[in-house]
Design a protein around this ligand. Structure first.
Ligand code: PLP
Length: 396
């Protein structure tokens, strides 16, 4: 059996997205900046995609900038907000400890150049507290960047409350909504979101294309200089087929969202129940306030990487709680942020199921994870020490 359970990493392109893309590549290959009708057709397709995408998040088409994906959108949003802050002499940023590195690394760079940063805790449930956010705001705060949903543990953040607080204090609010767009309802107006980043490959669109929403009235800083595309806000010939395909994918995801989420939630909870039977294991992040397809478990006494290799041999694609940085395995900053100690964070497994997941596949996952954890523990020195009482269990 094959099970793709790594949808937070990327999703398979939908048929609608592939068809839109191939049709565009075949019939609409003109450069949108050209004057002849082939070029104008390409331009029309880009503008129609802009309208469709704007409608999904209740924005205006002119508030959408097409980018190469989520990382670029995050970088541009943060640079934009920082430049506005600097011009007003406001040099304080608020973010959370478990943002994606596209946000954290960009903000770290600003910190080195003189900005001060508050990294809000996310607590054991993996959720930012709006009260703590409000307490952190000072006269110097120029912007807040809090993700809509976490990519590793799937926890959904109180975006509407945060938006209202930022509005009240006159602080720009950016949200990295890469894991949320196409999966959760978003309304930038009622949620008081000033900037929002999204990426097509997380909602069955192609890789290498995304968008940044910037509320009208905010002066956008450019990351890429060159031609006058995107009204001078992002130079470079438009990725026409990617943009058109992204719009087709998003429309479809949103159309099926309620039904798909209901199904994924049911399977997710079934998986959580099954995996919770493994002794000395724990679900990471709030059990309910999380994306419909996400579950993330820590198992004491084993290495997440080994689980992945053995799951792969069984045809199951998943990911772990460690990242390979400079040749060494570092535990995930997300799991550390919710209070998991290094050893436990290392023994973590993220499963992100899609809308086509079946109950049979869920049973297959549960059986295999149970067997693999037992097998790995059978020769783990850490597990032996725990069993012999030489170490204390951390997970119940
Ligand atoms: C929350 C979040 N932000 C940003 C990104 C980066 O997006 P992209 O891969 O499109 O650059 C990702 C991708 O994993 C993500 O999950």
């Amino acid at each position: 059996m094959k099970v793709y359970a790594d949808n937070a990493a990327t999703t398979k392109m939908s048929k609608a997205a592939i068809e839109a893309m191939t049709d565009c590549l075949d019939n609409c290959y003109g450069n949108p900046s050209g004057f002849y009708s082939l070029a104008q057709r390409a331009k029309e397709r880009v503008e129609s995609a802009r309208r469709e995408i704007a409608e999904v998040i209740n924005a205006e088409p002119r508030e959408i900038i097409f980018t190469s994906g989520g990382s670029e959108a995050d970088n541009q949003a943060i640079l934009t907000a920082a430049n506005i802050g600097k011009s007003k002499g406001k040099m304080h940023i608020i973010t959370s400890a478990f943002e994606h590195h596209a946000v954290l690394h960009t903000i770290k760079k600003l910190e080195k150049s003189g900005f001060s940063v508050t990294y809000l805790p996310v607590h054991e449930n993996g959720i930012v507290s709006p009260e703590e956010l409000e307490q952190a705001i000072t006269e110097q705060t120029c912007f807040v960047s809090i993700m809509s949903a976490n990519n590793e543990i799937g926890t959904i953040q109180p975006i509407s409350e945060i938006g209202a607080i930022c509005k009240k204090h006159g602080v720009i609010f950016h949200t990295d909504a890469v894991q949320a767009v196409g999966h959760l309802n978003i309304d930038v107006k009622s949620q008081n979101i000033d900037m929002l980043s999204a990426s097509a490959h997380k909602f069955h669109g192609p890789k290498g294309v995304g968008f940044l929403y910037v509320r009208k009235g905010i002066r956008v800083s450019t990351l890429i200089e060159g031609g006058a595309q995107e009204k001078g806000k992002r130079a470079g010939t438009e990725n026409v087929a990617g943009i058109v395909s992204m719009a087709a994918a998003l429309k479809e995801s949103v159309k099926n969202m309620e039904k798909d989420n209901a199904h994924m939630r049911e399977i997710r909870d079934y998986l959580i129940k099954g995996l919770s039977e493994i002794e000395h294991s724990a679900l990471n992040g709030d059990a309910k306030c999380r994306l419909a397809g996400n579950l993330n478990f820590s198992f004491e006494g084993i290495e997440g990487e080994s689980i992945l290799i053995l799951l792969d041999q069984k045809g199951i694609c998943a990911s772990s709680g460690s990242a390979c940085t400079s040749g060494a395995l570092d535990p995930s900053h997300v799991l550390l942020a919710i209070g998991r100690v290094h050893d436990v964070a290392h023994g973590s497994l993220r499963l992100t199921v899609g809308e086509d997941i079946t109950k049979e596949q869920a049973d297959y996952i549960i059986d295999n994870v149970k067997n693999i954890v037992a097998h790995l523990r059978s020769f783990s020195p850490v597990w032996r020490d725990l069993k012999e009482g030489k170490r204390q269990y951390i997970l119940p």
